[in-house]
Write a protein that binds this ligand. Structure first.
Ligand code: ARG
Length: 473
């Protein structure tokens, strides 16, 4: 908003709320830099919930009359209805969501509205609203990640015995099961969910009643408001309650890590759907065209998910710097927390939904994957393992033998399985024709039956465990 949009010191402006000792009004530029309502109106629902709990508690403790509490509640519910219907007119002159709601309450019910702010401050109010918002938002991220996991598990089950190349350094390494590869991202998402659950546990304490910074002389019941709002307990230190934002830093850290994990699979989707790989296809639902090249099918959503950690980690970094070095207790710097957190979680929510959508949408090219899995001597480790197992040689010696065989195959431009037995025997005479049974990508994949390994039997076990686990959620 431009500063000229804001009328200075008009009746019904912020100065109405605290202007007792002021005679001049704020300059237009002060109003412009101070107002946060464009951003924090997203906390309206939480703000009303907090005020309802506070008013009920004030009445229960005999601080305001029951009649006033009833009027306040009815007024707040009517305001909620207006806001939901888009009929509420937000005023930048009233600074923030808290003062907008309170001013509207005064307009609606008159004098009793002025009693709502007894024994509280916007400092404990905003901290309460923000914790409620993040609690709900973290839970929504967890739900989104569960949907993503379900899509991945369904694909993993359908492709438990499809062979693809496994990579290290993006160089073909050893054959793996496509299902195994996909379950890797299910594991990562599980840790992301765990981080959001941890955030919710730690942030679920109520700042309400800490008032400006020191608590209050009114005989309030903080247990009562904490319980009404679903918090585990009231925060034990009023200074901490109004000044800490590490709960938001923690949520942004979890968001950043989740975004990084998503970006890694997103990058694989970009690679796999490229012509060079040709491993996978996205349908039209997740492909975009080019305005100049008619043949193009671009994986834009995957690329954008790949980019999201830039924005989300930027928000984390931004809030870290806002909070760094702030003395106790509340400082207005803290108003800058919300824009960063809101955009970060908007980004993450979209990224999760896009990845869940693409995970379900992908179809795979069995032949291309299996062919690629057999390329680049991906069975060289299997040859070395064979020499250890069948001839009893130490692995280091076997590694050397297999290396020499690969060198001979490379010189002839053939795969290990295309190499005549005599060549194997010229390197190690005791190798016999049974060696060829281990020299296929499929045999290689199927042989890796160790716990956590890529053999389809193990992958199917994991799929079943995940299916059971996700059904319980
Ligand atoms: N809009 C403010 C914020 O987001 C609310 C708290 C204002 N407190 C104050 N003492 N001015 O932080």
């Amino acid at each position: 908003m431009s500063t000229s949009d804001i009328p200075s010191n008009r009746p019904g402006s912020g100065t109405d709320m605290w202007g007792g000792r002021f005679s001049g009004g704020p300059s237009a530029v002060l109003q412009a830099i101070n107002a946060s309502v464009d951003i924090d109106q997203r906390l309206a629902e939480q703000d009303i919930d907090g005020s309802l709990a506070h008013a009920a508690m004030l009445a229960a403790c005999g601080i305001i009359s029951s009649q006033d509490a009833r009027d306040i509640s009815a007024g707040l519910e009517a305001i909620r209805t207006d806001i939901r219907a888009g009929k509420f007119s937000w005023s930048a002159a009233l600074e923030d969501v808290h003062m907008n709601v309170e001013a509207a309450l005064k307009e609606r019910i008159g004098a009793p509205a002025g009693r709502l702010h007894t024994a509280r401050s916007r400092n404990d109010q905003v901290a309460t609203d923000f914790r409620l918002w993040l609690r709900e938002t973290c839970a929504r991220m967890e739900d989104g990640l569960r949907a993503y996991q379900r899509a991945l598990v369904a694909q993993a089950e359908a492709h438990a015995d499809w062979v693809m190349p496994g990579f290290t350094h993006l160089q073909t390494a050893q054959p793996v099961s496509l299902g195994h590869h996909l379950l890797c991202w299910v594991e990562a998402a599980e840790r992301d969910i765990g981080r959001f659950e941890d955030c919710r546990k730690r942030l679920n304490e109520s700042p309400l009643g800490a008032a400006a910074l020191a608590g209050t002389a009114f005989p309030i019941d903080r247990e009562m408001t904490a319980k009404a709002l679903g918090f585990d307990r009231p925060m034990a230190n009023s200074l901490d309650a109004v000044s800490s934002r590490d709960f938001a830093l923690e949520a942004l850290s979890a968001a950043t890590i989740a975004a990084v994990n998503l970006s890694r699979f997103a990058e694989e989707i970009v690679l796999w759907t490229s012509r060079r790989f040709g491993f996978a296809k996205l349908t039209d639902a997740f492909s975009t065209g080019s305005s100049i090249m008619p043949q193009k099918r671009n994986p834009d959503a995957a690329e954008l998910v790949r980019a999201k950690p830039g924005r989300i980690s930027g928000a984390l970094q931004g809030l870290i710097i806002v909070c760094k070095g702030l003395p106790l207790a509340y400082s207005k710097d803290l108003q800058e927390d919300k824009a960063l957190v809101f955009t970060a979680f908007d980004d993450l929510e979209l990224a999760i939904a896009a990845m869940a959508g693409m995970a379900a949408d992908l179809s795979f090219n069995r032949k291309a994957m299996e062919e690629a899995a057999g390329e680049a001597y991906s069975d060289a480790t299997d040859l070395a393992d064979y020499v250890v197992r069948e001839l009893g040689l130490p692995f280091r010696d076997a590694h050397h033998i297999a290396g020499s065989v690969v060198k001979a195959a490379e010189a002839r431009g053939v795969t290990l399985s295309q190499l005549p037995l005599e060549v194997f025997q010229s390197v190690e005479p005791r190798i016999d024709e049974t060696v060829f049974t281990v020299l296929t990508a499929r045999a290689s994949m199927e042989s890796r039956t160790s716990y956590g390994g890529t053999a389809p039997v193990r992958v199917r076990e994991q799929c079943a465990l995940w299916r059971e686990r996700l059904a319980q959620e």
